[in-house]
Each structure stands twice: as structure tokens, then as C-alpha cells.
Design a protein around this ligand. Structure first.
Ligand code: ZN
Ligand code: ZN
Length: 281
């Protein structure tokens, strides 16, 4: 059984619609796919419909961006309750903050001689998510930057120390975890690298973190093993996925390409059922 628990659609910074992703998943033999768009669940209903039609089990998810010192932490939420009032209220607030940030970045780019209309950036995507990836795409399209990683243009302008970088005023990791729990979901630390201290992760566990994404294309075998051991020691569920956005040289791996053990889905689902039933008592 092939599973992929980390996939982005064009609702955030991916290239394919949720339905196209489900078709791709079906064609690649993926049985279970979690749609985990950045700060958005807008694509979930479409993915659920397509999944039902095409025989792919879809887990409603999202990936929240948070900032912690010099490290960006991403928190995945699985089995999000789409009827939660809190869900839509908070995601609307995050979208509004991203819009403010986008305007600030565009102003800095303008000061650097790059005139990029806000409407142009908005028209590059279908969802309300405006991340640095979309702004960078606008820069590339208008001839202000080169897309390939080897040139380093993204980092030069939009990286943490970039000339036009503006901090994302989103949730803290703790707030993101509580928010996902409020939406009856399972919070999981996305692609933790080795530079995240285990103390930090232990602190997140104390506020409700339930899992770590050990299987990720950016993880070496050792990193994966380290987080598998950590998860075992701390009774965390383990998840994994391709973090697929598009077919490109920067993403040589494809949808469903990570060897994620199917037990990940069973454990995740079991944990979700346990948590939701505990809360109902
Ligand atoms: Zn991420
Ligand atoms: Zn991701």
C-alpha cells in the first residue's frame, strides 16, 4: 500500500488542483493521501469528492507555518474537522496577515527597483494563500529573478536574511498545535531537521504535539532514524510524505515517492479516534 501524507495543491503553492492530485495519486497506486496545503483547507472538499469517486482515501489536512527564532517550524494537522467554526475564523485571520505581509514585501522589492503589481501576484494562484513562493514566481515571470536554486535568487531576496524579507506574523508553534487540537485534528511536527533541539520538541509535546514527520525527502537516512527513535521514546505517531508541489528539477521525487510504512496511517487514525473519543467523554 502506497501512502503519501504530505501533498500541496494550487490552493497554496502547488501546481495542480486537488482533483488533479487525486487523479495522479490513483495513477501512481497511492491508496491514502493527505492534502496538506499551507494555512488552508479550501482544497479539501474537492479532494474528498475526487477521492470518493476514484477510490483514494483522503485525509483532510493542512500545514501551518510558524516562526521560532531562526528556524521556521511547520506543523501538520491531520483529520481536521471541516465544520469547526474556529478553523475558518483562524484561517481567515492568517490569510489577512499574509496579504499584509505580501504588500510589505512588494514595497521592499519596489524600493529595490522591481515593480510588481499586487494584482499580478494574486492572479498567479487560485487560493487565498500568498506565500513567498508565489511572490518569487512573479519575480521570475517579470524577469527580476532566475528560478533555479543554483542562482540563489530566492534566498537573496526572500530568504530569512534576504533584502526584501518580511517576517510572517502567523501563529507560534504552540498556538498552531492548540489550534489543530481545537479543530479535532492531530498535530504533527513537519520535516524536523536535526537543527531543532529535542528540548524544543519536548516542549511542543507538553502542549499537545502528537507526532513527527520522520519520512521526508529532505531527511537523510540518519535523520529519519533519529526521529523514528525519538517518536518511539515519546509515544508519538510517525508520518511521512513527498511534500509534493510540482514536477520540476527541484523536486526530483514525485507524489507517492516516499516509502512511508502503511502502519503510519493506522497509527495516525487510531490516535485520532482515541483523542476524539477521549474528548467526547
Ligand atoms: Zn513544510
Ligand atoms: Zn509542505
Amino acid at each position: 500500500m502506497i501512502v503519501d501524507l504530505h501533498v500541496h495543491s494550487n490552493i497554496s503553492d502547488g501546481d495542480y488542483s486537488p482533483r488533479e492530485l487525486v487523479i495522479m495519486a490513483r495513477d501512481k497506486g497511492v491508496s491514502v493521501m493527505a492534502l496538506t496545503d499551507h494555512d488552508s483547507v479550501h482544497g479539501v472538499p474537492q479532494a474528498l469528492l475526487a477521492g470518493e469517486e476514484l477510490g483514494v482515501f483522503i485525509i483532510p489536512g493542512m500545514e501551518l507555518s510558524t516562526d521560532k527564532g531562526n528556524t521556521d517550524l511547520h506543523i501538520l494537522g491531520f483529520y481536521i474537522d471541516m465544520d469547526s467554526m474556529e478553523l475558518h475564523r483562524t484561517l481567515d485571520m492568517l490569510r489577512a496577515k499574509r496579504m499584509i505581509r505580501c504588500k510589505k514585501i512588494l514595497k521592499r522589492l519596489r524600493d529595490l527597483g522591481m515593480e510588481i503589481p499586487l494584482s499580478y501576484v494574486l492572479n498567479l494562484g487560485v487560493g487565498g494563500f500568498i506565500g513567498r513562493g508565489r511572490i518569487f514566481k512573479a519575480m521570475v515571470n517579470l524577469g527580476f529573478a532566475r528560478s533555479h536554486k543554483k542562482y540563489g535568487d530566492f534566498q537573496r531576496y526572500l530568504g530569512k536574511k534576504g533584502l526584501a524579507y518580511v517576517e510572517h506574523e502567523g501563529l507560534s508553534p504552540e498556538e498552531a498545535i492548540r489550534f489543530i487540537l481545537d479543530c479535532r485534528g492531530i498535530p504533527v511536527l513537519a520535516h524536523p531537521r536535526t537543527d531543532i533541539s529535542t528540548d524544543t520538541v519536548e516542549r511542543l509535546i507538553s502542549v499537545g504535539l502528537e507526532g513527527v514527520e520522520a519520512y521526508h525527502p529532505s531527511h537523510s537516512r540518519n535523520t529519519c532514524k533519529m526521529w523514528l527513535d525519538f517518536a518511539k521514546d515519546h509515544d508519538l505517531v510517525v508520518t511521512g510524505g513527498s511534500d509534493f508541489h510540482r514536477i520540476s528539477p527541484d523536486e526530483p521525487y514525485g507524489l507517492g515517492s516516499m516509502a512511508v510504512p502503511p502502519t503510519a496511517v493506522y497509527e495516525l487514525t487510531e490516535r485520532w479516534l482515541k483523542i476524539t473519543s477521549d474528548r467526547c467523554i
